[in-house]
Design a binder for this molecule. Structure first.
Ligand code: NDP
Length: 315
């Protein structure tokens, strides 16, 4: 008999084939309206595991319908809409995939930082339009080597960003709620002081209530008119209206953004700004990483049913 697994969010087709082969799947992801209750009614008593993603809301009402659940294998790194405290209370383990996507996400932070300061999109447009031939060299841009990077959130991804920033000649400072051991970076217990110190401020925290508006108007003003802000965390981490105002008024120099408040339709004022580089929440969007994320979700599930230790538990 194959074990029963709830699919709240699908994996890539190759990994879905693996799941089909090994488990009896209950496809909540394919159910609409009233069909969802029918899936819950059948899956609830028998599914000890589910595959989920950070796009799915898993609250008390959801968990009430899944009384046998012991494992939630999440195929993304972020899990803001998943009530992990409630899961812990009920003895359910959540696993995620930070470990396999951190390099691509950290690369994107570096890319956004450099692209914003070196005005890469403007340079590209300058060559394509023929302006280079007509007007001569484009205006000078801003260097990054020898400057200071302030990283807000020094977890797995923040650390990978720090290493890349060091490699291109930046000094590292960081802000987290608790000072981290095992590095020589300068710790700031206050994000405003970190921003005052830094030339580039990079957000790499989780989203959710505890980080909402952490990058406030005050933090952006402390970063100042020659500073750059990079966000690969979540749109909620920055006071977005304050960020737009700071960019419009030149109170910070530039920004590179992968995440926004209103995805996938961010505030249209961003598109009018010349000093921001925009990317569509795709920092982990490479073939290789998406493959690894889906496979890790399967591997956690397999470990659970084989009675082996989970590979990447969160709680
Ligand atoms: P980790 O849990 O490893 O690290 C989170 C870090 O943030 C820790 O250093 C933590 O330190 C710090 N932090 C948490 N809350 C606060 C707070 N209120 N104030 C200051 N610092 C805080 O997570 P990851 O590095 O794996 O991932 C970070 C986030 O990156 C994810 O949660 C997700 O939101 C985002 N992400 C974005 C992606 C994208 O495509 N753009 C892809 C993957 C992830 P402490 O607890 O001491 O405060």
């Amino acid at each position: 008999m194959k074990p029963d697994v709830l699919i709240a969010y699908p994996l890539r087709s190759q990994q879905m084939d693996m799941l089909e082969e090994r488990y009896t799947l209950h496809r909540l992801d394919l159910a609409k309206g009233e069909e969802r209750e029918a899936v819950f009614a059948k899956a609830g008593p028998v599914c000890t595991a589910m595959v989920v993603n950070g796009h799915v809301t898993v609250d008390k009402a959801f968990l009430d319908k899944m009384p046998a659940l012991k494992l939630a294998s999440c195929s993304s790194a972020g899990y803001e809409p998943i009530d992990v405290n409630e899961m812990t209370r009920r003895g359910i383990t959540l696993t995620n995939t930070s470990e396999v996507l951190l390099d691509d996400v950290a690369d994107m932070a570096l890319l956004l930082m450099l692209a914003a300061r070196r005005r890469l999109p403007q340079g590209d447009a300058y060559v394509r339009s023929g302006d280079w031939g007509k007007k001569g060299m484009m205006p000078l841009t801003t260097s990054t080597f020898g400057k200071k990077a302030g990283i807000v959130g020094l977890g797995q991804i923040g650390l990978a960003i720090a290493k890349r920033c060091e490699a291109v000649g930046l000094t590292i400072g960081y802000h987290t709620r608790t000072k981290k051991s095992g590095n020589d970076y300068t710790y700031f217990d206050d994000p405003v002081q970190l921003a005052e110190w830094a030339d580039v401020l990079i957000a790499a925290t989780p989203g959710g209530a505890s980080t909402e508006g952490l990058i406030s108007a005050e933090v952006l003003d402390a970063l100042g008119p020659s500073g750059s802000f990079v966000n690969i965390a979540r749109g909620t981490v920055v006071d977005e209206p304050a960020l737009i105002k700071a960019l419009e008024e030149g109170r910070i120099a530039s920004a590179g953004l992968d995440v926004y408040l209103n995805e996938p339709n961010p505030d249209p004022r961003f598109a009018k700004l010349d000093n921001v580089v925009l990317y569509p929440h795709h920092a982990s969007g490479t073939e290789e990483t998406r493959e690894r994320m889906a496979q890790l979700a399967v591997d956690n599930l397999d470990a659970f049913f084989a009675g082996r230790p989970l590979l990447t538990p969160v709680n």
